[in-house]
Design a protein around this ligand. Sequence first.
Ligand code: PLP
Length: 382
Amino acid sequence: MEKLIYFDNAATTFPKPEEVYRKVDHILRNVGGNPGRSGHRMALSANRVVLDARDSVARLFNIEDSSRVVFTSNTTEALNIGIKGFLKPGDHAVTSSMEHSAVTRPLKVLERINVRHTKVKCSPEGVLEPEDIKRAIRPDTKLIVITHASNVTGTINPVREIGEIAREKGIKLLVDAAQTGGMLPIDVEKDNIDMLACAGHKGLFGLQGTGFLYIAPDIQLEPIKEGGTGGNPEMDVMPNNLPERLEAGTMNTPGIGGLGEGVEFILREGVEKIRRHEVALTDRLIKGLLDIKQVIVYGPKDANKQMAVVSFNLKGKDPSDVSFVLDSSFGIMARVGLHCAPDAHRTIGTFPQGTVRLSSGYFNTAEEVDFVVSAVKRISSL
Ligand code: PLP
């Protein structure tokens, strides 16, 4: 079989650690029952799977009370719960011009119930100035929603500083960690994070269909879906206690178990080691691409200021054609277009054609980076 080179880890990581495959297989074969529902032995072990995964997530992000970790089907659901469950008519939110649609669309739809927001403009490299956030805050501002790192340029935002501004002003901070969870150290206490939305299927090495939202103890969110929770069946509304309040319906037990195992893998390896590897690959990739005359690289172009996400274009070539040839002629999996973040492309000047995005991961190698660079070089001369 042709060897495929996967450089689309910003969409979802591939492959997963062996332990994750084994764990999911084990759960599917041995753990029946519905967590938090039946009292039989298999349901209790399903419950254990979910509880253990909650504890693992809490440990990785320094969350004191793991019951404040709510499992979701992806980052999008986590962000929807955080945004729609928190903001009320008359409230104002501050966000940036580099956000994913998972932030911009929920904020847009809330305009219908008189929730307003301001988009702070970032630089063409995707850099957000905390002072600009400060200036956008109004007396009715209740929430700052910011991506920890852009999924288009990889640019890392100064979340801790923004959190300090939020604390000073008595505003809550919701961080979209889809591109950083498991790949950059995050400590919800030190980083002043009130809500943290994260994918399970990206840097945490879990399965697609998983994610979570952390909610600080002083925040009570309105659920965006209602249904069975196992406990409190006599109530005709959702219970107040977490995580049940925000976890209606049967959980994705195998997916959550896999996610917990992915987090355990990260805890064993160490986020710093993972980050070091990704910085080394990104540095090599950026330098290699910049050596090709026709290449335009977007974003900071500095591996220490960005995640392993590198967007580029070839002068005079359609990014869709470049991506097609990367796959069809070289077996390289890249993502092309607007990456569900049209505002980010408007900010960096690549709307509407978009860019080719190469995103390496922990299991990629320097040799693969060199192969990708040589493939781009060949395409540039076609
Ligand atoms: N936010 C950012 C910055 C992302 O990169 C993504 C996905 O790529 C999302 C949100 C949505 O994540 P999910 O696909 O887990 O819903």
